[in-house]
Design a protein around this ligand. Sequence first.
Ligand code: NI
Length: 413
Amino acid sequence: MSNPMMEEKVFKDPVHKYIYVQDRVIWDLINTKEFQRLRRIRQLGTSFYTFHGAEHSRFSHSLGVYETTRKIISQFERRHDSDWPVDQRLICLCAALLHDVGHGPFSHSIEPVFDVNHEDWTCRIIMGDTEINRVLRQVSDSFPEQVAAIIEKRYQPEIAVSLISSQMDADRMDYLLRDAYFTGVHYGTFDLERILRVMRPYQNKIIIKESGMHAVEDYLMARYQMYWQVYFHPVTRSSEIILRKIFRRAKQLHQSGYTFGFMLPSLQQLLGQSLTIEDYLELDESLIQLAFKQWMKEDDPILRDLCMRFLHRRLFKYKILEQIDQAEIEEVEQNLRDSGLDPDYYMEIDFPADLPYDVYRPGQIGDKPPILILNERGQLIEISRKSDIIRSISGVQLGTHHLYYPEEFLYNQ
Ligand code: NI
């Protein structure tokens, strides 16, 4: 199935040092316009307002997930592990490379407002009339559908899915290291080489050799640290809240028949929730930022003001709520109204556990299997039963509610 290239191609990468491309189809996928679009979408959305280095793109992360998957598989192949189905190599590499191709601009903020889902878009792009689909079809007619099945986690053998989607998969391992590198937060690092050496294919699963338990502890501690230091950072949450409110306002204006001073066809389709694949692929962060810049001149005072706050980083401030006190919240709402501000657009109660990040849970989370250790007697044991450290961080939800509102209002009180 695999069609090797005349000569191996190499990308320089700050996390993996080098990324090696050995298959024609991988090289051709990277060069499609849909994959190149990922250069214009940041991996960490609005985190650059908190950590100015966090400008890395989904393009670099996608290459990193591909490379991590390639390394895992080549370890299996080198050892001739009998539980690894050798014919799954190319499909796993394609799925790893393409797993995030459906991400839109600032996806985590846009998705809840417009009811879109990047995983669905990934499959639509793979199956649709796209350059990616044409490249995949060169392998075989059913190949795009098989790659989509891995992304949707309904592919057999299951081991192919768990390489890119489990509680210790190539996706998470790359984004932790990459996000740590670009934010400059050092807690997020762990020994990837060591983990790759102790991963084994076993009875249609990926498991960890008992001697590798401490390397996995280190990986989960890195997750724990990144979760609290980066992904849940309240300043990042504040910028996401403003972003969501901008989209909600624009959507509401669109529905009420408001005439925008600035509009683009793809943006209009987004607001009206009637996107075609072509429109969707037009959307990137440069386009959104251009729109916000133009919307700072809109007639609507709320849209104008929220866009100004976002682009000039006049973020909402926050107050930690030990408990939800309805009277206190109503008072803040009343104060906002008295200052002429609509609480729907200028206040938000946020709880970080809504985010799509999770440190570790011992059981199956949705379709993500837990991490299993294979002991010398050939028994599989869920890792938190062996490790005190992991048990102490498993399933903990230390989050508190935060109340966000504009800074000037804080001083007016
Ligand atoms: Ni990813």
